[in-house]
Design a protein around this ligand. Structure first.
Ligand SMILES: [Fe+2]
Length: 381
C-alpha cells in the first residue's frame, strides 16, 4: 500500500461522498470511495483517525514526498537538534542566522498544520529535546498552534515563531545553566536575566534581522499586562500582541515542563494559574485564546476515566471538555498494549474523572503508535 497520510478537509465533507477511500493507520478500510459522510461527528472521526493514500506529488496539498516527514515526533526531535546547533552557532557568529532559521520555521509550520494533535502531545508528554533549545521550541510550537487556530496569516505566524525560537538567544549559555541550577540566582545572573530581551535583540540585529514584528516581540516577551514585567515595565496594549501571546505560551511551557529545581505542574494547575493572572500578568484575551486552542484536556494529558482505566488524550474534543482518549492502563492496573480510541463525548462512553501526573507513564509511553504513525511489533488491535 502507498504511504498513508492524514486526510484534509477537502477529502471529508458532511453530506458529500468520499472522493477516495479512508483507511485506519494500519491500512484497514474505514469507508470506501463514494460512501456518504452523514454527520459532523463522522466527518470529525475520519479527519482525526483516518488516513488516505498518498501517491507522490500531491498538487492539492502542495507537498511532495521529499518534503513529507511522516512522524511528527521524529520531526520535532530533528527540529530540536537543528535549533540547538543554530543558537549555539549564533552566539559565536550571528551572521546568517535568519537564513539558517527559515527552513526550520517552515518545517515547524507544516508540522503544526499537518497534525496539531501530535504537536500538542509532544509538548505535553515533554518529548526529550536538547536543552536549552527545548523551551524555545516548545513555546514556538504552542504559539504556532494557537496562531493557526486563530487563523492568523502566515507572515504574522512566521514573525511570532521566529521570536519564540530566538527570544532567549541573548542568554543561551545562562539559560542552559539555570535549567540545571538548584540554588538561587546570583546578583550577576539576576542582572543578566533581566537584560536578556535587550541582549537577544542586539544579537538578532547584528545577525541581520530586520523584521520589526520579530524584534519587538523578543524585546517585549517578559513585559506583563499590569506593567510589572521587564525590561521597560510596559503595560496593556502598549505591549505588542505577539509578545502578549508569547508571554502566555512561555509561562505555560515553563510550568508544565520539568526543571532541575522542581517537578512539572499539572496541566490544570498551569491553566488555573493563567486564569488567575489573566488581567494582571497576562492579557485576558490571549489567555482565553490560548486555552481555547490548546484545549482544557490537551493531547498528551494523562487522565483517569470513570471506568477506572488510565488513558492518554489523543485529540481535543468538540467541545474540548470531551476529548478522544486512548486507554493505557486497565481497571486492574495492567498496562494495555493495544490501540483503542474512546470518544468521551459519545453517549455511554466513560467520563474523565481527573488528571494523573504524566511523569508516572512518560518513560513507558511510545507516542508514535498512539497517534497513528507507527505500529509496534507485538501491539494487538
Ligand atoms: Fe526570555
Amino acid at each position: 500500500m502507498a504511504l498513508l497520510m492524514p486526510p484534509t478537509a477537502r477529502d471529508i465533507r458532511v453530506n458529500q461522498p468520499l472522493p477516495r477511500p479512508v483507511f485506519d493507520v494500519y491500512g484497514h478500510c474505514l469507508a470506501g470511495a463514494g460512501e456518504m459522510v452523514e454527520t459532523r461527528r463522522q466527518a470529525d472521526f475520519l479527519l482525526r483517525y483516518g488516513r488516505v493514500e498518498y501517491g507522490g506529488l500531491d498538487h492539492t496539498l502542495g507537498l511532495d514526498l521529499e518534503e513529507f516527514r511522516d512522524d511528527p515526533f521524529e520531526e520535532i526531535g530533528h527540529l530540536g537538534l537543528m535549533l540547538q546547533d543554530l543558537l549555539r552557532h549564533a552566539c559565536a557568529d550571528p551572521v546568517g542566522l535568519p537564513e539558517r532559521l527559515m527552513p526550520l520555521v517552515a518545517r515547524l509550520g507544516s508540522t503544526v498544520e499537518r497534525d496539531p494533535e501530535s504537536v500538542l502531545a509532544a509538548v505535553h508528554l515533554h518529548q526529550a529535546l536538547p536543552l536549552p533549545a527545548a523551551h524555545g521550541l516548545r513555546t514556538a510550537l504552542l504559539c504556532d498552534t494557537v496562531a493557526a487556530g486563530m487563523l492568523l496569516d502566515r507572515p504574522w505566524r512566521r514573525s511570532l515563531v521566529c521570536a519564540a525560537l530566538t527570544a532567549n538567544v541573548g542568554m543561551f549559555r545562562l539559560e542552559d545553566r539555570l535549567n540545571r541550577q538548584q540554588t538561587t540566582l546570583t546578583p550577576e545572573q539576576k542582572h543578566n536575566l533581566r537584560a536578556h530581551p535587550y541582549h537577544s535583540v542586539e544579537l538578532l540585529r547584528s545577525a541581520g534581522v530586520r523584521d520589526p514584528r520579530w524584534l519587538r516581540a523578543v524585546e517585549e516577551h517578559h513585559e506583563r499586562f499590569d506593567g510589572s514585567g521587564y525590561p521597560r515595565g510596559l503595560s496593556g496594549e502598549s505591549i505588542c500582541f505577539p509578545a502578549r501571546l508569547m508571554a502566555v505560551a512561555d509561562s505555560y511551557e515553563a510550568m508544565v515542563g520539568n526543571r532541575a529545581y522542581r517537578r512539572a505542574h499539572s496541566i490544570h494547575d498551569a491553566q488555573r494559574e493563567l486564569y488567575a493572572r489573566a488581567g494582571t500578568a497576562y492579557d485576558p484575551h490571549c489567555v482565553a485564546a490560548f486555552i481555547k486552542h490548546v484545549g482544557i484536556w490537551p493531547p498528551g494529558a494523562v487522565v483517569r476515566l470513570s471506568s477506572r482505566e488510565i488513558a492518554v488524550v489523543v485529540a481535543r474534543g468538540e467541545p474540548t471538555t470531551h476529548p478522544v482518549v486512548a486507554p493505557i492502563v486497565d481497571a486492574a492496573g495492567h498496562r494495555i498494549y493495544r490501540v483503542e480510541y474512546i470518544d468521551t463525548g459519545d453517549q455511554g462512553a466513560p467520563r474523565i474523572k481527573g488528571a494523573v501526573p504524566s511523569d508516572d507513564f512518560r518513560a513507558d509511553l511510545d507516542p508514535a503508535p498512539l497517534w497513528g504513525y507507527r505500529s509496534v511489533p507485538g501491539w494487538r488491535r
